[in-house]
Ligand binder design. Structure first.
Ligand code: PLP
Length: 343
């Protein structure tokens, strides 16, 4: 079977997670998160993220982001985020439509924003005509496959504390941040003062499911009400819990991340010697961003699908999934070589 390089949600369910779903599929159990398994999984989250971490499962990543904003901000407040973020580009305006809050996108050539940019954007505070900045949201790893360093994360969090801003992380692929930075989830969240994290499951081997993890005590009460109002309260919650248990309990997350990140580096190294292919972002997580000749796109996508990231320059994203194998990448690179007339 040819594998897609389109996204880490093109793959199916990781076999260990599927097995957990099957094991959970017996008998009856209370709904809406009042079951024993869900209680146990909340504790597993605390063991990874710290005692302050309160977990709320939702169906998808857009909802996790929207709820994070809705719960923390008032509609006249705004969010500083990367121009390239999913929040800004790929959520169809849901954060603004549902929370009422304005997004303030900051230029992010490597997917990242800086403390200096945030400081410059802190303007017109108290001005009734201007939406009031109240949150910094970063994506870690970023949409461009890059990583904020631990120090960069700490600096942004510190800046938020100094300026009474909330700090949100879109962690649809947060497992790669913890693995690649060699830090625990707690070190990257509770310990540095993150207020709320969208923690991804779907892109990391789950059938579906994400978690909003709230660290600020005064916001915890409200999230469950907003979740229900925003149509995101899963009734058969145990099927989300069991998947996250499988992901987190025995470090499956680390195995998945290690494999995907190694494969991304492997592919980047393999194409490095092909002059027409230029890797234009650092490869720090599970994706490779390249520029390649326009006429190669169609034939390559016919065999291994991938997305064009920017139609202006035909840059593309190649992304690894838990079941991508070296042979898939070798086959893909052979197709590129064929197009060069090399085989
Ligand atoms: C960084 C990031 N955040 C959030 C999401 C949203 O996830 P969903 O499609 O489940 O709403 C995605 C999905 O592509 C993503 O890449």
């Amino acid at each position: 079977m040819v594998k897609s390089l389109g996204s880490d949600n093109h793959s199916g369910i990781h076999p260990e997670i599927l097995e957990a779903l099957i094991q959970t599929n017996y008998g009856h159990s209370p709904s809406y998160g009042t079951d024993e398994l869900t209680e146990e999984v909340y504790k597993i989250f605390k063991s990874h993220f710290g005692e302050k971490a309160e977990t709320f499962f939702v169906f998808n990543g857009t909802a996790a982001n929207v709820l994070s904003i809705k719960c923390f901000l008032k509609s006249f407040e705004s969010v500083l985020c990367a121009a390239d973020s999913h929040l800004n580009l790929d959520e169809c305006g849901a954060p603004e439509a549902i929370s009422g809050c304005k997004l303030i996108p900051l230029p992010s050539p490597e997917g990242k924003i800086t403390v200096d940019q945030c400081r410059e954007a802190l303007i017109r505070l108290g001005d009734q005509h201007y939406s009031q900045p109240k949150m910094v949201s970063i994506t870690q790893p970023t949409e461009l496959g890059t990583l904020y360093s631990y120090e960069e994360m700490k600096a942004l969090s510190q800046f938020c504390k100094e300026n009474s801003l909330y700090f949100h992380i879109d962690g649809a692929r947060f497992i790669h941040a913890a693995h690649q930075l060699n830090k625990s989830f707690k070190e990257l969240t509770q310990d540095i003062g993150v207020d709320v994290l969208s923690f991804g499951g779907t892109k990391n081997g789950l059938l579906y499911g994400e978690a909003v993890i709230v660290f600020s005590k005064d916001k915890i009460r409200d999230l469950k009400f907003y979740r229900k109002q925003c149509l995101q309260l899963p009734s058969k919650m145990r099927f989300l819990s069991t998947q996250f248990k499988a992901l987190l309990d025995r470090d499956l997350w680390r195995k998945i991340s290690q494999k995907e990140c190694e494969l991304a580096s492997y592919l980047a190294e393999k194409v490095a010697s092909i002059p027409e292919v230029k890797v234009f972002q650092k490869v720090q997580a599970n994706s490779v961003f390249v520029k390649l000749p326009k006429e190669w796109v169609k034939p390559l996508r016919n065999s291994h699908f991938f997305y064009i990231w920017n139609e202006k320059d035909w840059s593309a994203r190649w992304m690894m999934s838990f079941d991508t194998e070296r042979e898939d990448l070798d086959e893909f690179v052979n197709k590129i070589l064929e197009l060069r007339g090399e085989s």
